[in-house]
Design a protein around this ligand. Sequence first.
Ligand code: NDP
Length: 499
Amino acid sequence: MTMMSVEVPPEVRPFLDDASASIVIGATKTAAAEGGEIPTTDPATGTLLANIAAGGKADVDRAVDAARKAFAQWRRLSPAARGRVLLDVADAIDEHAEELAILETLDNGKPLTESTYLDVSLSAQIWRYFGGWTTKLGGQTLPVSPAVGEALVYTQREPLGVVGAIVPWNFPLMIASWKLAPALAAGNTAVLKPSEFTSLSALRLTEVALEAGLPAGVLNVVTGLGSDAGQALIDHPGVAKISFTGSTETGRRIVTASAGSLKKLTLELGGKSANIVFPDADIEAAAQGALNGIFLNQGQVCCAGSRLFVHRDIHDEVVAAIQAEAETIRLGHGLDEETQMGPLISARQLERVEGFVGAGIRDGAALVCGGRQPAGALAGGHFLEPTVFTDVRDEMSIATDEIFGPVLSVLKFDDEHEAVRRANASAYGLAAGVWTNDLKRAHRVARELEAGTVWVNMYNMIDPAAPFGGYKSSGYGRDLGEESLLGYTQTKSVWIGLD
Ligand code: NDP
């Protein structure tokens, strides 16, 4: 068997050599208090990239202390000055774009074009967008009618305090930016717990942000296991809010753990999003949209369009177009510019996804393509061929469960009402797609779908201005947009007696 070997680009070597001191408290990088380390590997080759610090409760305590101290000054900085810092961080991300994209690709496996044009580029845009908000975050004056005398009542938006951000491995830099930029814009300080699988880009972001002028203690990072560092952050009484993206199971654990302290929560959890193709759609565009909807980032996307509902009249045509393209997707190392799809994040994730493929076959779905690990040079990584199932029934696990891998389940439908009903018959409600050229149908179906985002004739579009989050078991609260910013504030009503 030939194993793929990839040279680590020299621009990231010094950072990787230094990664074991990966906890950032104030402006200081340090090892874990108890000295443990976690190996972080390239998922395409299994090669060790670095050992990161295995932080725990003592490290979280120190990080929260630093964040609380910094909060006193950061919240009082003028909105313009705070905004200026965020804009400088945005510029610094752009200046370090190449290095950040390489780190993201090495650590997560995604193709470098995706890291560059999606993860890193959007991260910079997010910091810039929220940098612009600091000077617009105002309150209201309210027309009150007191029983006695007169009063002027106004509201102001105040920060919460220390925000704990717990982020997953699928878009490490971008989702960290989703949480940190609005939290900091509103005057909070933060402790970030990246995924044990992908801590590198978040650490480099923090260094870059400090160099760009972010004051010490405003952003602290504790790397480590979810069950240690993550749990300590959730349990810490000095943390005012947890903003989490990850599995619904961990989300539930956070809700339970925060019941005592009544911490505020934003939870962006799993999904099983329906992508619906009507017979009046542009078939070629819909097939492309379906492919992008499921194979972007190896399908490890919370809003992946993993249930493709196709009208019976166009079903075979759409499936043929998807199959033809899926079979040509080039798997490989993300740093290879020919690569269109990288590996899954870990052996555990690959095993989980393969378990769903096996269940689909056993349940009687038809495997149209993929479903196997590629042999040869890719055998050392966690690769899975792009996989498409047809003849999927609603009750099969490949139609109900979040697979989080490159596995598309195609389901046939006969009419609009049925498509909407079946699309909504899911515990999740993160996103949905609609492909139609009928304007009335587009708006009608968008209105009826139970999902936090509906894309019509497009899929997987994200913008800093557009709120993103779920209905039902996909979570609550929103990332991005004004709504996410408000989620990092609390409202104070001030009454002034005028008599
Ligand atoms: P998790 O939900 O466990 O991981 C997300 C984040 O939560 C990570 O930083 C993780 O840390 C942390 N975490 C884990 N346990 C705790 C805890 N007890 N307290 C605090 N933080 C914790 O997802 P997994 O990585 O285990 O992936 C499992 C499945 O979850 C996937 O197959 C997929 O279906 C789904 N998922 C969904 C995502 C989404 O965007 N909706 C993102 C990631 C996963 P650490 O990594 O160190 O354990």
